[in-house]
Structure formats: C-alpha cells, structure tokens
Design a protein around this ligand. Structure first.
Ligand SMILES: CC(C)(COP(=O)(O)OP(=O)(O)OC[C@H]1O[C@@H](n2cnc3c(N)ncnc32)[C@H](O)[C@@H]1OP(=O)(O)O)[C@@H](O)C(=O)NCCC(=O)NCCS
Length: 269
C-alpha cells in the first residue's frame, strides 16, 4: 500500500487510539472500501501551525472564524478546519486549499468531487477527532469528560427510557463516564445520519457497554463503535455498515507539515 510510513493501527473493540506516530510521510493515503480511519489529536500541538492553517481556509471559513467572540475560539476553529483540510488533502491527493465543501440540508459538511470520500469532524475542549471513509456514511463525536452540574436533567431531557434506566442503575462513581459515553454515541449517530440535533435524541437507544448496541427508528443499517481517545475524552463512531474495519491513531503532525509547505510554496509563487 503506497503512502504509509506509519500505518494507522486497527482499532480494537476496546476503542483505543494508539499513540504510535502515524502519517510520517507526505504521500497520498490509500483508503480501502469499507475501511474507516479515525484520527484524534489535541490543539496544543498546533500552536506553531496557526498561520499555516489559517492560510488554507476559504473565504466562507475565514468569515465563520471571524465571527467567534473570542480569540481562543477563533484559533480553535482555524486549527480544526485547517487540520481537516490538511488531513483530507492526503486522502484526496490535492492541496488543502483545493478541497471544496458543501452542506447537507441540516448542515452536515460534505466533500465535493472527492470520489466518494466522506468525513466527520468533532472538537471538544482541547481535543479534535476526524473520521474519514469512502462510500460510507459516518459520524464521529468526542467530548471532554468534565463535571456538568445539570447532568441528571440532561439525562431526563435527552436520553431514551432504556438509556435513563441503564444510567440510573449504575453506581454514582461511574455515572459521569457513562453519561459521556452515551452522549457521544448518540451524537455520533445523529451526525452520521446528517440530521444533527434535529433528530430527536430520545427516538433511539444506545447501550452503555462495549460492544455498543443501537436500537430505534432508521438504525438497523448502522453500527456504533466505542472510542477510547484517552487524554480525558470519551468518543464514539457511527458507521452505516456492519462490516466496516476501523483503523486510526493519535495524529502526529510531522508528516502533515510536508504537504502544508507544498501549499505554502504554491501560494508564494
Ligand atoms: C452537529 C451537532 C450534533 C454537533 O455537535 P457538537 O458536539 O456540538 O459539536 P462537534 O464538535 O462534535 O461537531 C461539530 C461539527 O459537526 C459537523 N456538523 C455540523 N452539522 C452537522 C450535521 N447536521 N451532521 C453531521 N455533522 C455536522 C461540522 O463539521 C461541525 O464542525 P464546525 O462546527 O467546526 O463547522 C450539532 O451542533 C447540530 O445538530 N448542529 C446542527 C444545527 C442544529 O440542529 N442546531 C440546533 C441546536 S439546539
């Protein structure tokens, strides 16, 4: 397989994303049919890459970035979307700034003219996750695990009866982690569907265990997968397939920079 120096590793049922360095070259990444690659990383790695990322954004993305109220949020947006462009350009074999996105009716971003490449983006706290597939609908979600004051009311408001029952039956010491597992699983599914929060969250049920169960309207074609990004995050991946093979890891930026400098050289001409 052309392109990998450090291959993305198989994601086992336990969902661990290996910290092994990956993407050490600037070759095009080959993605097989029915394979999903899931990358997780933290914004702190990007402090020196901000200008580079900002330069790859298109006018609409730059405008969206400028509308955030704080510098911190603007930087996060630029990093997440700059990294998304950089990573997807490795799969689409083009320069980051050449990628064209459009939006589904409920805001799901899709790549235009990229030969079936699909992706999903999630950011929370200092973490960012990007899933990439070919000819498969996918949704990824991560959440930073942290205390939430109104956790019980969120459970009552958004979880299905089955989920609420399972959650309440757990010892209080594990309820926080269970909440974020359930939440990311639910969000991954509605992001996979492309409907986001317009899809009623209590209209389907996800399990709290591993492997993850999924039941409810329009869910039979889908599988849900537990992700364990580490670094204090919960995560989940939804795939419209029961046969998908999952690969991924903790993204290191060394190799990605090579393509970014290509982009820079082109922009400087
Ligand atoms: C998609 C949604 C579930 C995101 O959840 P979140 O945990 O807050 O945020 P995440 O970081 O995990 O995901 C955000 C990314 O999902 C993607 N996204 C946006 N809408 C999406 C949709 N309908 N389906 C799939 N992905 C979507 C975008 O890439 C977005 O990144 P960006 O905000 O930097 O452009 C939620 O924001 C949503 O439903 N948005 C649609 C609009 C909507 O219904 N608003 C009502 C709010 S009450």
């Amino acid at each position: 397989m052309n392109g990998w120096v450090g291959n993305p590793l198989v994601i086992t049922q336990a969902g661990r994303l290996s910290p092994t360095p990956c993407l050490e070259s600037n070759h095009t990444v080959f993605l097989e049919q029915n394979h999903v690659h899931v990358w997780f990383t933290t914004f702190s790695q990007f402090s020196s890459s901000l200008d580079m990322f900002t330069r790859t954004l298109n006018p609409a993305e730059s405008l969206k970035m400028s509308r955030f109220a704080t510098e911190h949020l603007r930087v996060r947006f630029a990093c997440a979307h700059g990294l998304l462009r950089l990573l997807l350009s490795r799969y689409a074999d083009c320069l980051p700034g050449e990628l064209v996105f459009s939006e589904g009716s409920h805001g799901k971003p899709v790549l235009v003219g990229a030969k079936g490449l699909s992706f999903s983006l999630s950011h929370s706290g200092e973490g960012v996750a990007i899933a990439v597939a070919r000819d498969l609908d996918i949704g990824v979600d991560i959440e930073e695990i942290k205390p939430i004051e109104d956790r019980s009311s969120l459970v009552e408001r958004f979880f299905s009866a089955d989920e609420t029952y399972s959650y309440k039956a757990l010892p209080p010491s594990v309820q926080e982690t269970a909440f974020f597992r359930l939440w990311t699983r639910k969000e991954a599914f509605v992001k996979g569907l492309g409907l986001g929060l317009s899809h009623p969250l209590d209209s389907f049920s996800v399990g709290v265990d591993v492997p993850v169960s999924l039941a409810g309207h329009d869910s039979s074609d889908w599988s849900l997968h537990h992700l364990e990004p580490g670094h204090g995050f919960a995560g989940a991946l939804a795939v419209r397939s029961h046969q998908a093979a999952l690969y991924g890891g903790f993204l290191q930026l060394t190799g990605l920079h090579a393509r970014a400098s290509d982009e820079q050289k082109k922009a400087d001409k």
